[in-house]
Write a protein that binds this ligand. Structure first.
Ligand code: NI
Length: 174
């Protein structure tokens, strides 16, 4: 089973690759990502958040009715973006962190669905935010990269301390 990779795992900082073939592996990936996203009460997930460096994102802002409004976008690109919106975002890969982030309010995105069919999506508000957030992931960008140095460094220190603590817990002194 796959699991969510969290900061500071380097896979989150790398650019994911274009999907050339929508094969069985990609279908399995999409199924596993969907399960995990709903289990985690997330509204979006990018493939590199589960350690797979492929340009696949999924999202469903109506996650309470699981699967009903699931959208899969393979090789997504944003072709138009207008106006600004500020929203407090969190991320499954950046636990215990929220930040007010400025995004585009309206976007048009293109990509392929899981059958390889081209799709165009016009989105606004939360859906638009979510698509931008997930495409950011594919490009190695986290919400931490959108906030001030001060806020980012505070989080980095918190995580470093936590890792040191849990590491110490595992060490047996003989
Ligand atoms: Ni995220």
């Amino acid at each position: 089973m796959i699991e969510i990779v969290t900061y500071p795992d380097p896979v989150l900082k790398r650019k994911a690759e274009l999907v050339e073939n929508i094969d069985g592996d990609i279908q399995d990936l999409i199924d596993n990502m969907s399960k995990l996203m709903y289990q985690s009460s997330g509204i979006g997930l990018a493939a590199n958040q589960v350690g797979v460096e492929k340009r696949v994102i999924i999202f469903d802002i109506n996650y309470k009715e699981k699967g009903k409004d699931l959208t899969v976008l393979i090789n997504p690109t944003i072709i138009l973006a207008e106006d600004r919106i500020i929203f407090e975002e969190g991320c499954l890969s950046v636990p215990d962190f929220q930040g007010k982030i400025t995004r585009k309010k309206y976007i048009k995105a293109q990509g392929m669905d899981r059958n390889g069919k081209s799709i165009d999506i016009e989105a606004e508000g939360l859906t638009a935010i979510c698509i931008q957030h997930e495409i950011d992931h594919l490009n190695g960008t986290l919400i931490l990269d959108h906030v001030s140095h001060l806020k980012r460094n505070m989080y980095k220190r918190k995580i470093a301390k936590r890792m040191k603590r849990s590491n110490n817990g595992k060490t047996k002194l003989l």
